[in-house]
Design a protein around this ligand. Sequence first.
Ligand code: FE2
Length: 306
Amino acid sequence: MGPTITSIDATLGATIIDINLADMDDTAWRRVEDAFHHYAVLIFPGQNLSGRAQVAFANRFGDIEILRTAAAAKSVAVSNQMRDGTLLKPEEHHYQILRGNEGWHTDSSYMPLAAKASVLSAQVVPSSGGETAWADMRAAYDALDEDRKELIGTLSAYHSLYYSQAKIGYLVETGTSYGFHTKGAPLRPLVKTHPVTGRKSLFIGRHAYRIPGLDDSEAQDLLDGLVAFACQPPRLFAHRWQPGDVVIWDNRCVLHQARPYDYREARVLRHTRVAGDSASELATTARDERASGFEPSASNCEALET
Ligand SMILES: [Fe+2]
């Protein structure tokens, strides 16, 4: 029996059952890859993948983006719980990163090479809240009127994690964690053409902050207005996690956010990020005035720490 694919009641997303992601034959894989391009978000309930199997699944989509250079880790915890069981406090950097994830964003748009896809699996979930939500930027682009499409089709925005964290009150020093780098802020067109499907989508989110040719307040109003317009039904759905669930989404054409929850409860997800392709996700950068310096690079990698 092949996988059973059921569309979610939104312009994006499907749930896939009758499949074991740790042991897929070529036919099942082709159906998953086709569904990924069609639905952009795939939910796989009850997979209970090991860390190694999750990385192997993500690796089918492309190279893995290394998010923690110290350990060259191919998967990382997205968690408010430390290894010793204690919970992060509001003054801690990683707590503040988690709060930032509650804004609509696309992963690694602030790096020279934006991400292709992201995989999350649920380990521990809070009693309520903590869902992940996605919004369809293909359908959002399609829903714009022609004048708006014409205007934004000529514009690009800079993306910066320093900027998006500062906007919610967190000023972060260079080198504190992944994304707070000296490679500069990438400049990315507001309209992205998907390298596989050819569909156009909005490429926006909380990391986008400045548009050449517009003054900063005008740019911010435009970007905020696009996100508010785009992230509305029927272009939107949220997944309520159960331990063992696995999800993959296409960062090239959807935004996502973590929904709030009571941070006095643990929420532990495992994350693997699939690197973008240079031909379609690499951007040139300009000095980010919030960084301590500017050393342009076409690579997201830091030198491996020993
Ligand atoms: Fe994210």
